[in-house]
Structures are given as C-alpha cells and as structure tokens.
Design a protein around this ligand. Structure first.
Ligand SMILES: NC(=O)C1=CN([C@@H]2O[C@H](COP(=O)(O)OP(=O)(O)OC[C@H]3O[C@@H](n4cnc5c(N)ncnc54)[C@H](OP(=O)(O)O)[C@@H]3O)[C@@H](O)[C@H]2O)C=CC1
Ligand SMILES: CC(=O)[C@@H](O)[C@H](O)COP(=O)(O)O
Ligand SMILES: [Mn+2]
Length: 382
C-alpha cells in the first residue's frame, strides 16, 4: 500500500489521479487532497476518498469547506502552510504534484526535504527551480518520477546505462494551429486556442500547447530530469500524439513509448513504479493509423526557440520566462490581451531581466516576483 498526497486534486491531472486510485484495487490510499478554490468538487472528493486532511489554498474556500465537512472526521487546512504540512506528514509516501504553475516549487522542495517520492506533473516547478529540486532530490535520495507524458515516455525508454543516450526526441502535437503562418496566428481567439487536437487538459497548459510554450517548458523540464545538454534534446512535431517521445542511443537505436492520449497511463506508471499494474483502460489500436512527423516551425512559434535560449542561459532566466508566461496566459484567458501579445510580452520581460546565477530559493522567488510585476505593467500598457 502506498499513501499519497495529491496537490491539485480538483484539476485535470488531479481528477485522473483519483481515477487511477479508484482502479488500484486498494494499493493506493489518500492521506491528503489539496486545491485552491473549488470547494464543491473538493467536498465531493473528500466524501468519496475520505482523506485525513484536505487543504484549500484560499482561506475563504477553506472556511466554506470546513462548514460543508463538519459531519466528517476530516481536518480542513488552508494556505501554503496547510499544503506544506500535507506533503511532509509522516504517513505520506508519494506526493503527486499537479498544481498549475510555479506555486508548486516550495511544497515540492518541502516534500523532498521530508524524503518523499515526487510524482511530478507540475512542470513549471522544474522550469523555475529545476537545479534546486534535482540537487535536493539527489541529496535526500528522493525519486522524482515524471508524470508529464513525454517525460514519462523518456523515463520508460531509459536503459541501465543512460550515459549511452545520444539524444532524446520530445514529440509535440503542434497544437491546434500547426501549419498556420505568423499572420494567421494574429487572428487566434481564446475559443480556438482552448481546443487541443488530442488532449483534454487544464486551461493554462492548453494555451501553452497552442503557442508551443508547453514544449519549450518541456525541453527545460527534460534538461533537469535527465541531466541532458540542450543540444541532446530535439523536438519533433507528431500531430497524432501516439508516440509520446523517444530515446536515441549512441548505437543509432531508437526506443519509443506509444499509447492512447490518456494521462492515466503515465500517472499509473509513476504510482505503480517499478512495477506495472493492470488496468481496464482502452488500449491503443494502430490498425489503419498513419503516424506523421514534421520539423517544428520556429518562425511561426517563437516560444520554442525562446525556451531553448532561456534554458541554455539558465540562472534566474527560466523562472522569469515561466512567471511572465503564467501572468500573460492568465490575461489571455481573461481576454485582456491578444494572442500575439503572449509571446511578445514574455520575450520583452526576458530581455529586460538581469540574470543571477547564484541560485537559491530567494533569488528564484525574487526573479519570479519581478517578472510577474513587469508582465502586469506591460499588459496594462498593451
Ligand atoms: N492536464 C494534463 O493533461 C497535463 C498537465 N500537466 C501539468 O500538470 C499540472 C496541472 O495541470 P492541470 O491538471 O491541467 O491543471 P488544472 O488547471 O486542471 O488544475 C490545477 C489544479 O491546481 C490547483 N491550483 C491552482 N492554483 C493553485 C494555488 N495557487 N494553490 C493551490 N492549488 C492551486 C487547482 O485548484 P482549483 O481547482 O481549486 O482551482 C487545481 O486543482 C501543470 O503543471 C501542467 O503543466 C502536464 C502534462 C499533462
Ligand atoms: C499530455 C501532455 O503531456 C501534454 O503536455 C501534451 O503533451 C501537450 O501536447 P503538445 O504536444 O501539443 O504540447
Ligand atoms: Mn507533456
């Protein structure tokens, strides 16, 4: 039996994780669930999964939930303190990090300091603080198990001697606008950007997939997870999202992981690691299927090239790019900025940043805060 805390239980990954738990035949138990404001769904999840603790980041949401759950012996905590307590608790074996955004960095570092295994979906945490996270994990002997589908695929293709890797190939669907020209991309609406061709995901990552910033974040995520130079991380457009990524070894052999676009598979893989559990989920059927592959269009989708430049520069710059992107994507979701403004503002914030290389949590959070404020100023100026 493995005991979990799920950070972001009411979100897309969080809900699918609970579905995996319900199919795990008693091998997974929930200690705590955490979210921000979605009280109605958290109440439903609490009643169904009976965790010891539920946490709402938002304090009014926490007091609302306290009233709704007064008939149950479930502790209702709040704020970042409540989230951190939910991951360091003695009973917890694995923390599923499925918060959206850099907010997951501190709880992830706290969970690692407490010796927990991390099932990591929350890629912004690695983009902003990957050096801190991976060195803390090494120091504490903690496993970081990737949940992000491409990184799970790479992890599943790793052999005993990872030093024989020549490169990894991150596949990308190309998003809803694959093949569009820069001019046509100026006409994108929020409704169109929220329609991912293959995956049902949360709003932020769906917009990031449309600009290809998601793939840029994943390049930086892979750099940290697999200790790879950026020259050894290639992106290949694969519109069908059947091959979730590939590893090319120094003898020229390429291993790939395939599956239906169903996040329960990488989630279950991480939670059952190092075994593979059976499940009743629909199987991949390749009969009659055509798989195609294309070069990324770095011109039309500048976010990908920016992420490579930012990742190579390192220091506090990745945290700045990520923070600016979080702010501008939220503004786009609120229809406050145009689609082209997303990458234009992120690029401008990155260009103005004085990069620091002494990476501690304070410098990362300061850079993150500066970037958020600067992005907000540019949005109001747009
Ligand atoms: N969805 C997917 O298929 C994939 C997602 N990922 C990554 O996984 C992470 C989660 O993505 P996804 O599930 O789509 O996101 P969603 O937006 O669907 O869910 C986000 C979750 O985090 C909670 N949350 C958001 N902000 C805060 C906060 N400040 N404090 C506490 N809780 C917060 C939300 O709570 P509430 O509901 O109360 O707002 C919700 O439970 C992201 O980093 C994403 O990039 C990676 C690969 C695939
Ligand atoms: C399911 C998952 O892992 C997402 O990151 C997805 O891969 C996004 O698809 P894109 O390839 O379009 O960015
Ligand atoms: Mn992914």
């Amino acid at each position: 039996m493995k005991t979990l805390t799920i950070l972001g239980s009411t979100g897309s990954i969080g809900r699918q994780t609970l579905d995996v738990v319900s199919h795990a035949e008693g091998r997974l138990k929930i200690y705590a669930l955490a979210a921000d404001k979605n009280v109605r769904l958290m109440e439903e999840q609490a009643r169904l999964f009976q965790p010891e603790v539920v946490v709402m980041m938002d304090e009014p949401a926490a007091s609302d939930l306290r009233g709704r759950l007064r008939d149950l012996p479930i502790k209702v905590a709040q704020g970042m303190e409540g989230i951190i307590n939910s991951v360091v608790a003695e009973k917890v074996d694995i923390v599923v990090t499925a918060l959206s955004g850099r907010v997951g960095l501190e709880p992830t570092l706290s969970a690692i300091a407490a010796g927990k295994t991390i099932a990591l979906a929350n890629k912004e945490t690695l983009v902003a603080g990957g050096d801190l996270v991976m060195s803390a994990a090494e120091k504490n002997g903690c496993k970081i198990l990737p949940v992000d589908s491409e990184h799970s695929a790479i992890f599943q293709c790793l052999e005993e001697s990872p030093e024989t890797i020549e490169k990894i190939i991150l596949t990308a669907s190309g998003g809803p606008f694959f093949g569009w020209t820069k001019e046509k991309l100026d006409t994108v609406t929020l409704e169109k950007a929220l329609c991912h061709p293959n995956w049902e995901m949360g709003a932020k990552i769906t917009i990031d997939s449309s600009t290809m910033m998601n793939k840029g974040l994943e390049v930086i995520e892979a750099h940290h997870l697999f200790a790879l130079e950026y020259d050894a991380i290639e992106v290949l457009i694969h519109p069908q999202s059947v091959i979730h990524s590939m590893v090319e070894y120094q003898d020229g052999s390429v291993l790939a992981q395939l599956g239906r676009p169903d996040m329960r598979l990488p989630i279950q893989y991480a939670l059952s690691y190092p075994t593979r559990w059976k499940n009743p989920f629909e199987r991949l059927n390749l009969r009659g299927k055509t798989l195609t592959f294309h070069e990324p269009d770095f011109e039309a989708f500048p976010a990908l090239a920016l992420a490579y430049q930012v990742g190579r520069r390192g220091g506090t710059l990745p945290a700045v790019m990520n923070a600016a992107n979080e702010v501008v994507v939220l503004a786009f979701l609120q229809k406050k900025v145009s689609y082209p403004a997303i990458i234009n503002i992120v690029k401008k914030v990155c260009s103005e940043h004085y990069v620091l290389d002494n990476l501690d949590l304070g410098s990362i959070l300061d850079a993150d805060n500066w970037a958020r404020q600067r992005a907000e100023e540019l949005i109001s100026g747009f």
